[in-house]
Design a protein around this ligand. Structure first.
Ligand code: LLP
Length: 437
């Protein structure tokens, strides 16, 4: 579900036309629908209500502070993976007790900051990290609440780069080693190791992969409890899918239908870390056509957004549906990659960056007659889109706008040329003064 609709051939975000947004704020421009963000959050909340889970929004999917604040105001927790994300959510008004801190490598400073802030839980991924957290917490006179991330060796049937639960992946501790790890830290002063964390990949459209990993996790919890470990928490991670080509992802209710029966009445506090399923379909990228160029049978539509704004196609070969924001033709019934060209023209939508991998869409049927100045929308761009943007080729990063009904507001200003060199000039000043002293 989303609040981006074509009305008489023109794209709207809630009650604001895409053309108005592009004129008002310029392009390339990220546009989010507040209603869609909140509805997606609520759907997960409702579908999993029987488990009363702590929902920890995965900040990495779309980290804008104003978006984090929307969720904080609704009582959401947060899944963070760096000191920067922790800082961000605390600034957004997050309750520290509802923050979980994941990641295979945390620095001493990050751990100290998290303990000082009083975060809810650490998700630790190795014996070495448990020793590190134990040492720091003991020194600070604290006891960190920790869940051990276990690697269940389950195939999430997703892209190799975003599969995380196979034994060859860097994440977690092999599930068969987990009991000895729990035994080793049983009496640690600085740790309360009371739960396990699972996250098998993203996006995971195969609900059975969750069943497999959760069943393995529950078997481990039984073993640990038998061994006298008072396990009280299971964090099932994130990974729920979103719509890119059509309606390929299960709904929150579909996931809940298989997951809730497994976890009900287990005496466990459940934590969930959804990101993409909330944000992906709540955002789009608006970009202006700079040139159209025919090369043999290939039409290149050169736009002002690039891999710098949206790296997913270049990095994962990811599919994002693209369509003009104003078009005489109807939007195709199917947004799938295989859409027939019929009266459309085979086109590559590419950016200005100096790499052949810089494309947003390849071999797509787009309406004839696209010309410079036209506005193109790149859909399903709310997750891992702006969050992965860069300044490569010294391109200032774009603005972000949040639409709420008939109103829109800038939630991140467009970067300036001065922003591009600001930290470099600061560095120069720092070195000069260091030399002087
Ligand atoms: N929890 C952990 C421990 C994670 O590593 C992730 C995502 C999530 C939760 C949230 O997963 P989600 O619900 O958003 O699927 N850049 C890639 C996706 C990387 C996902 C990284 N971890 C992409 O553009 O597809």
């Amino acid at each position: 579900m989303d609040c981006f609709q074509y009305r008489e051939g023109a794209l709207w975000t809630e009650e604001v036309a895409a053309t108005t947004l592009a004129e008002q704020y310029g392009t390339p421009l990220y546009v989010y629908s507040q209603d869609t963000l909140l509805q997606h959050y609520e759907r997960i909340h409702t579908a999993f209500a029987a488990l009363d889970p702590m929902i920890c929004y995965a900040v990495k999917s779309c980290s804008n502070i104003h978006i984090c604040r929307l969720f904080a105001e609704r009582g959401s927790g947060f899944d963070v993976v760096s000191g920067g994300e922790l800082y961000r959510v605390l600034q957004a008004g997050a309750d520290p007790a509802r923050v979980v801190f994941a990641g295979v490598g945390k620095t001493e400073r990050e751990i100290e900051e998290a303990l000082a802030a009083g975060i809810g839980r650490f998700n630790a991924e190795s014996v070495s990290e448990l020793e590190q957290v134990n040492g720091i917490a003991t020194r600070m006179g604290r006891a960190a609440h920790v869940d051990l991330r276990v690697n269940p060796d389950v195939d999430a049937k997703t892209h190799a780069y975003t599969t995380t639960g196979r034994k060859e992946n860097k994440f977690g501790v092999a599930i068969e080693q987990a009991p000895s790890v729990f035994d080793r830290f049983r009496d640690s002063v600085g740790l309360k190791l009371r739960g396990i964390h699972l996250h098998i990949g993203s996006p995971v459209n195969d609900v059975q992969s969750y069943v497999a990993s959760i069943e393995r996790g529950l078997a481990l919890i039984d073993t640990l409890r038998h061994g006298g470990h008072p396990i009280d928490t299971l964090d099932i991670g994130g990974g729920f899918g979103a719509f890119y080509e059509g309606h390929e992802a299960p709904s929150a209710q579909d996931y809940a239908n298989v997951i809730v029966p497994l976890l009900r009445d287990r005496g466990l506090r459940i934590i969930m870390e959804p990101g993409r399923s909330i944000t992906a379909n709540a955002g789009l990228l608006l970009t202006r056509v700079l040139h159209v160029k025919q090369a043999g049978t290939r039409r290149f539509v050169i736009v002002d957004a690039a891999m710098t704004e949206l790296i997913r196609p270049a990095l994962y070969g990811a599919y994002h549906f693209v369509w003009p924001a104003v078009a005489a033709q109807h939007v195709p019934e199917t947004r799938a990659a295989q859409q027939p060209f019929a009266d459309l023209v085979a086109s590559d939508v590419v950016g200005p960056v100096c790499e052949s991998g810089d494309f947003l869409a390849k071999e797509r049927g787009l309406p004839p007659g696209i010309e410079a100045g036209d506005l193109i929308a790149v859909f399903s761009a709310g997750a891992y889109a702006m969050a992965m943007a860069s300044q490569y080729n010294s391109r200032p990063r774009p603005a972000e706008v949040l639409v709420d009904g008939q109103t829109s507001r800038v939630i991140r200003r467009r970067e300036s040329y001065a922003d591009l060199i600001a930290t470099e000039l600061d560095a120069n000043a720092a070195v000069t003064s260091a030399t002087a002293s």
